[in-house]
Structure formats: C-alpha cells, structure tokens
Ligand binder design. Structure first.
Ligand code: G3I
Length: 318
C-alpha cells in the first residue's frame, strides 16, 4: 500500500487532510480519496463555534459527528479544529453585550461542552487558533480585550479537564520559520509549561505561496519545540500559485510541500502532516487570494500533481 497515509506510518507520522463535509456527502471520488489516502482528518469548518452553537445553548453536532464516524470507519485519527478562535464565531456571541465574567463563563462552557461531546474521539485539539500577530504581539480579539492574555492558559485547562486524553495544541500561521511570531509563540509555550498549563503541542499551519521563499529554516524552528518536549504538527499545508499555473510553478509548488514535510520528518516529535484540502476542486484559496489557486496535491479532476509525488518520495526515502 503506497498511499501517503500508509507510507507515513513507517515514519510514525500521520498524513491528513482537512475535510469539506458538503463534498464528502455529494462527491463520490472525493469521498473515496479522503477515505483511502489519509490516516488523519480535520474538519475544515464543522467543529467551529458558529457551526456547533448557532444559537446560544442549542448545539448542532450533526456534521461533526458524521466526520468522526467516517474517520473511525476508515481507521483515521481526528484533529479537532478549533475550540477558540477570533473568526467564525456565532452572531449571538459577537453581537451580545457581555461583561468579562459573563464572557469568561460562556467561553468555559463552550470549550467544556465541545471537548466533552467528543471525549475519547479526538486525537489532537487545536485549542487556541491564531492568537498572535506577525510581529509577535498578541492579536487584538474579543478574548484578549475582555479576558486579558490569561484566556489562553484557561482555555487549555478547561479543555484538559473535559478530555484529559486529547493532545492539546496551539495553532498558528506564518510560524513555519524562525521569526518574531514563531519566537513569541515559543516564549509563550515556555511560560505556559512553567505554569504547568496542560499544553502538548504546536500546530504550524503551513499556508505557503510559490511567490515567497519556502521556509528552509523550518527544521531549526521545529527543533526548538522538540527541545521543550512538545509535539509538533503541520496542520494546514497548501501552496498556492498564480493562475493559470504552468509546469514551472507546479515544480515550485512541489518544493514548497517538500520543505514542509521534510521539516516534519526531521523533527522527532512531529506526529502529523495535514494538507488543508487535497483537490483544487474545493479550496479556500481562490476566494481569499485573488488570481491565486490550484494549491493542492490533486487537480480538480483528482489527477495527482508533482506535489503529490514529492510527498510520496520523501516518505519512501524516510
Ligand atoms: O482561512 C484558511 C484557514 C486558516 N487557518 C484556520 C482555518 O480554519 C482556515 O480555514 C478556512 O476558514 C474560512 C473562514 O475563515 C472558511 O471559509 C468559510 O467557509 C464557510 C463554509 O463553507 C462559509 O460559510 C458558508 O457561506 C455560504 C455563503 O456565504 C453560506 O451559504 C453557507 O451557509 C455557509 O456555511 C464561509 O462563508 C467561509 O468564510 C474556509 O472554508 C476554511 O478553509
């Protein structure tokens, strides 16, 4: 079996994908590939707060439960995404006028109820997502403004209390290499560990573009977290190209994926390499980066691209 998932097993690294639940329901080739190629899955949207609690106190786990059942049926582990973020929050929360104590109680209940609902069925949780700015300062958000920087430690304590077996991660983007943001995150993790906050890992998203240099110092960066005894994971890898893409760009794209995966393979406690979608047919990129796209391993007809071969070759050599 030379699927990426099977090859990853030889190196003790799960190879995963973000899953679009509408495509999983309606697109048979998508479902078949998602089931066979990968050894872990992440919900692209259906575990986010706006989806699981559209109105206060009314939970909707339907789509998220479907993904967990799908993963179980295919021997895959699930990365939960995400308990706490500044985006995709329900409108009752963003429009509500809550005191700091009320907001804190609301956040605690959300993290507790969601982690408890999936207790024992989630391998790794992205507990806190995108808490930093690129300059290394904490991102201004409803959480920082009303609860102060301590909200991060509290989120981990609440998640751990609700599901002690789940591995708890802090996740962010533009932290692939050694820079102000990855260093600030490193320093925060050192502090949290000193406070005995139950944090287990760091998620490095890995959203790249062929128009920027690939992060060749990624192994040096990831080793810093290894040295702290933390797990790491590449959680949202994709490499976007200017459209229409040509063979040169596809080769540059393959190099981007290669640099990310080799960073993981060179890091002792990197346990997962997840792509943020695997086919150009379904991707967040064109809707966000004008004129860019085709960021995934397979084209819109599920034909493997050079990026796919680059990952397979890395895993075969590992
Ligand atoms: O932005 C890329 C990454 C960055 N890191 C964190 C990670 O969580 C994030 O993922 C992206 O996060 C984005 C939101 O920030 C997601 O985009 C949302 O994806 C949702 C589900 O498809 C969209 O919601 C649908 O919108 C439709 C039209 O507006 C409505 O008809 C649907 O009812 C509604 O579900 C939102 O508009 C759209 O903004 C992308 O699919 C998802 O790939």
């Amino acid at each position: 079996d030379t699927t990426l998932g099977a090859l990853g097993q030889r190196s003790g690294v799960r190879i995963g994908t973000a899953v679009d639940m509408a495509a999983l329901a309606d697109d048979a080739p998508y479902r078949a590939k998602a089931a066979s190629e990968f050894s872990s899955v992440t919900p692209e949207n259906v575990m986010k707060w706006e989806v699981v609690e559209p109105s206060r106190g009314r939970y909707d786990w339907k789509e998220a439960d479907k993904l967990v059942d799908f993963a179980r049926a295919n021997g895959q582990l699930v990365r939960g995404h995400t308990l706490l973020w500044h985006n995709q929050l329900p409108s009752w929360l963003t429009t509500g006028d809550f005191t700091a104590d009320e907001l804190r109680a609301i956040l605690r209940k959300h993290i507790t109820d969601e982690a408890r609902h999936f207790k024992g069925r989630i391998w790794q949780w992205d507990v806190v997502n995108e808490a930093f700015n690129d300059d290394g300062t904490l991102r201004d958000s409803i959480w920082l403004r009303k609860l102060g920087p301590g909200y991060i430690a509290d989120a981990f304590r609440w998640a751990h209390a609700a599901d002690p077996k789940a591995k708890l991660f802090i996740n962010d983007y533009n932290i692939e290499g050694v820079n102000a943001k990855s260093t600030a995150l490193h320093d925060l993790v050192v502090k949290l560990r000193k406070q005995h906050v139950p944090i287990d890992g760091v998620g490095i998203q890995g959203h790249l573009s062929v128009q920027y240099n690939a992060p060749h110092d990624i192994a040096e960066n990831m080793k810093r977290f290894d040295a702290l005894g933390l797990e790491t994971a590449i959680t949202e890898a994709d490499v976007r190209v200017p459209m229409p893409s040509d063979s040169t760009e596809q080769e540059a794209q393959a190099e981007g994926y290669d640099v990310l995966l080799r960073g993981c393979l060179l890091t002792r406690k990197c346990t997962d390499f997840t792509v943020w979608g695997f086919t150009d047919k379904y991707s967040w990129v064109p809707g966000t980066f004008e004129g860019e796209g085709a960021a995934n391993l397979y084209d819109e007809n599920y034909r493997a691209k050079p990026a796919y071969s680059a990952l397979r070759d890395d895993l075969l050599l590992a």
